[in-house]
Ligand binder design. Structure first.
Ligand code: C5P
Length: 306
């Protein structure tokens, strides 16, 4: 008899660090951060999560032409999040995940974390429809997310927040309106642990390059910087060339997000963001996304045609 039922679709939004200060290192080697972090509408991944009578978690990937490569199943954060929910609740059966991956990995855009957050939220909603299971609270999900990756707690709520600690302390920030952005992810990918290790090797530098904050973000801070920029450029010197090229073509200041390699620029409005993205696609060897900040990290809808 079939017991495990239901299917939900989730949009999982990328995150950007508008500013990222590295404040120190914990005893376990993790770095203490202070980062103003926002969700963005583009790029986003799409997941369909379906309950299954068969135990375990199975991942199927969209074969559409514009998807990006996905890390293999064992280390995939979406798969690990689904398994964590099954383990935690003791639910029978398993989950099937269909994933359309558009957030480049190794880019500092939190794509794996966004997918994990989407699976935790959609999976909890599916399990809540089944009786006699103890369903994790929001605080439980944040704790489970933190075990999966430092950006998952932010992605569960999304919007705009100061991230502190290693990412687990979140203070929401009210942005007065959506901030237009263009995100450019070059073909070279960076490993987060390698970039943090380079920051250690370089003696913990504070980035000397600062970028003026766009108009209404300046209510919260006047200058933006990313302390991981020198470390990323140490690991992969072409990151600096990419940034200069992006600044030259756009005529705007560019800032790296997270541990790179993606960068963001702030056009004055969404129409200009679209025009600029078109130009950058022609001039740069990069995936380019135009959009604006989003009020949430994950949007869940009934599964079915989009
Ligand atoms: O938690 P996550 O999987 O995103 O982190 C990947 C790696 O990045 C960690 O293993 C750690 O080396 C480094 N990291 C760090 N400090 C953070 C976040 C990540 O040193 N706050």
């Amino acid at each position: 008899m079939s017991t495990a039922q239901g299917s939900l679709r989730a949009a999982a939004f990328a995150k950007l660090n508008l500013t990222l200060h590295v404040e120190g290192v914990r005893d376990d080697g993790y770095h203490l951060l202070e980062a103003l972090t926002v969700s963005v509408g583009q790029p986003h991944d799409t997941l369909v999560l379906t309950r299954d009578d068969e135990p375990g978690v199975r991942l199927a990937l969209s074969d559409e032409p514009d998807v990006v490569p996905v890390p293999e199943e064992g280390s995939n954060l979406a798969v690990r999040a689904a398994q964590a929910l099954l383990d935690r609740t003791g639910a029978d059966g398993g989950f099937r995940i269909w994933l359309r991956k558009r957030i480049p990995s190794g880019a500092g855009l939190g794509g794996g974390s966004a997918d994990a957050a989407a699976v935790l939220l959609a999976g909890r909603a599916l399990l809540a429809a089944e009786s006699a299971l103890e369903i994790p609270t929001d605080a439980d999900l944040v704790a489970m997310g933190g075990e999966l990756g430092a950006d998952v707690p932010f992605c569960l709520g999304g919007g705009a927040a100061w991230m502190r600690g290693i990412g687990e302390r979140l203070d929401p920030v009210a942005l007065s309106r959506p901030l237009p952005v263009v995100v450019a992810a070059p073909t070279m990918r960076l490993s987060t642990p390698e970039v943090f290790a380079a920051w250690d090797t370089l003696g913990g530098p504070r980035s000397e390059r600062v970028v003026p904050a766009p108009p209404f973000v300046s209510e919260h801070l006047s200058q933006l910087r990313n302390d991981l920029e020198p470390a990323a450029e140490h690991v992969e010197p072409s990151v600096a060339d990419f940034r200069r090229h992006l600044e030259e073509v756009s005529g705007l200041h560019a800032l790296m997000t997270g541990s790179g390699s993606a960068h963001v620029v702030f056009p004055p409005d969404v129409r200009e963001a679209d025009r600029l993205a078109e130009r950058l696609r022609q001039e740069l060897d990069a995936r380019v996304f135009a959009g604006a900040t989003a009020g949430t990290g994950v949007r869940i809808a009934p599964a079915g045609p989009e």
